[in-house]
Design a protein around this ligand. Structure first.
Ligand SMILES: [Zn+2]
Length: 295
């Protein structure tokens, strides 16, 4: 069995030393990482962008809003276009995303994310190393799932934002499926009907699985960042399983809230509970200073 060299002085030092010592890192990113960079679904960000909808429907947050069953397609797109502009097209660069990318520069890594925002593109990741499991906000799919293609039209999305009135977009801006003429909708996994998985989705999936296979042994970190318990079957549970199958692996979970870790991987697990952005930014700084000294 391999021994890991890492220190436990602080969460950032633990993270930096673990990454330095690892052969490979599989990163699972959930909503908590984007929230730590300020891309939250509650508070001012929500209230400023959707005051009219909040007044009409009394929503608590954007998650509830994004799952809402809108009475008309005009209203669906009035909400969705504003949501896509805010959480995708106009999303600023996130500090923790940039720091994480820099920190992994010298280590083989792959990312799987249940987020559908634009954070990885904006932080300039190599997109051949990222797997968007739950779709992306800017993509659209046939609401009848008649074929497996997804569509993107940012220009139309922005027109829907500009031209909407009283929470309705003009009818002639509503997008329809080019094959069956059903309405298009956002490409997003739904608990009942799933989502349209395009050839692009399967390419990402194949690359992810190839990476997992390549790193079944050795000092591998399954690094879970800001993953809650909404959909544990996509990141959390597989990461537990992979850790259990490789006694040299570590399961590292970053979350301010601690979740129960199964007994069989407890000794291989490390929970980092400080603020995600602060920890990653500091850890990156530590690694850079060490590289600077050794050069
Ligand atoms: Zn169709």
């Amino acid at each position: 069995m391999s021994t890991w060299n890492y220190n436990t002085n602080s969460d950032s030092e633990t993270l930096a030393s673990l990454i330095k010592d690892a052969d490979a890192v599989v990163v699972g990113v959930g909503a908590g990482m984007s929230a730590s960079d300020g891309f939250t679904y509650v508070g001012d960000r929500f209230k400023k962008n959707f005051p009219d909808f909040i007044e009409k429907y009394g929503w608590f947050d954007m998650l509830q809003a994004s799952l809402f069953d809108f009475p008309t397609t005009e209203e669906y797109w009035a909400f969705q276009s504003r949501f896509v502009k805010l959480n995708y097209i106009d999303q600023p660069v996130g500090k923790s995303y940039v720091a994480l990318k820099e920190m992994l520069e010298h280590t083989p890594y792959f990312v799987i994310t249940t987020n559908a925002d634009n954070a990885f593109y904006k932080a300039d990741y190599d997109m051949d190393k990222v797997f968007y499991y739950q779709g992306e906000y800017a993509l659209m799919q046939c609401s009848q799932f008649c074929h497996n293609e997804t569509y993107r039209d940012d220009e139309m999305m922005l027109k829907m934002v500009e031209q909407q009135q009283d929470m309705k977009v003009p009818y002639d801006l509503i997008p329809f499926c080019p094959k069956c003429n059903a309405k298009l909708e956002i490409n997003k996994r739904n608990a009942e009907k799933g989502m349209v998985e395009s050839p692009h989705f399967f390419e990402q999936k194949a690359r992810y699985e190839a990476f997992l296979n390549e790193h079944k042994s050795g000092k591998v970190i399954y690094l879970e960042i800001g993953v809650g318990y909404t959909t544990p079957q996509f990141i959390k549970h597989p990461f537990w399983r992979f850790t259990c199958q490789n006694k040299d692996a570590k399961f590292v979970t970053m979350n301010q809230k601690s979740y129960r870790i199964p007994d069989d991987i407890k000794e291989q697990s490390i929970a980092l509970t400080d603020d995600i952005q602060t920890t990653i930014v500091k850890a990156n700084h530590i690694l850079k200073e060490q590289q600077h000294v050794s050069n």
